[in-house]
Design a protein around this ligand. Sequence first.
Ligand code: FES
Ligand SMILES: [Fe+2]
Length: 390
Amino acid sequence: MSAVLAPVFRQPSPAEIFDPRHYADVRKPLAEASTLPPWAYTSEEFYRREVETIWMKEWNFFGRADRIPKPGDYFAVDFAGVPIIVIRGKDHEVRAFSNSCRHRGAAMLRGDGNCNAIRCPYHSWAYDFEGKLIVAPEMEETQGFRMEDFPLIPLKLELWAGFIFINFDPNSGPLKDHLVDLPEVLSSYHFEKMKCVRLKEYVLESNWKIYVENAMEAYHVSTVHRSTLSRQKGVFPTVVPAKGQWMALHKEHEGTRALLTGDTGFPRIPTLSGPAAKGSYYPLIFPSTMFGCTTDCMWWLELQPLSASKTKLVVGSCFPEEVTQREDFEEVVQRYYKRWDISIPEDNDISALQQIGLASPLSKPGRLSHAEPLVHVFNNWVLDRVLGAH
Ligand code: FES
Ligand SMILES: [Fe+2]
């Protein structure tokens, strides 16, 4: 076993990869800790274990319910290898189902749209918005076949302030046990009165953890964003105490953080109180959703894992509903889009470079600065799950 743990330039075999001794230095306090080993960002075995112990167990974020305002409105997503449908029913409830036909398994809906029923494109079986099988042609001679035995597989879905969360584990606890104190900490933004005005997607050439780590430290800002978001060097955000499955940075500042320097935008959200009135919150809702909550709007960065080295990023932009009704909204909001469309690709590009470097067989664990405390917390949260139950 000593050979396994020797600091040589080689990845452990899949059988050795989950030996907790490989991660002993990640488990140390921040000032003594190392980063996760490079294979945690490149190995398909590690990724598969994350799918099993993280995305199939935790509450996952799927944007806003205002994306599907009318009965029959739907969107389909392939999340961590699981195709799902999110659809609004005639009773206005939002529900989620496995996007896999109960006949011979075809995926039925793709993208966004509105439908009268969920109809399979293969042999025209059809399901209502509650997942009940309502049409199954040519099945009269099939012995013992009963329509009621073949509904779509439902998934647990809960809403918080207009945000959709889905859990693939039927035995999971309620969403409130995941978020705990986050709704209270962010209550003065009144997300439930906001509207999502733009969704933008990117495919990242990086492991999902690289992107989370980037979003949860401001150490890189004066380098990666030096010509766009550059801020005072050495003044880092503070860590917000959290009780739920989230963690956050808070940064005090004047004005908004959603515009480039020199641009003016919409008025402040009038209800802001406490730290929300004095700056911006940057929470990560575990496992893979980051919010930017500033004084006039909020945006989210939603990660959908595709493989060990590829991740879909969905960026959503939300403003208070009354702001979206202003006559000058479309004109002024372009300044916000400009800021996101410059700064987000900067993070995407640096993440791709990190992935290239980490994929090198010569790459080894690094050390963390005092300005990266949440990278350390996040790495340990991942290890708690990936190593935990096995
Ligand atoms: S696979 Fe869906 S109707 Fe046959
Ligand atoms: Fe950044």
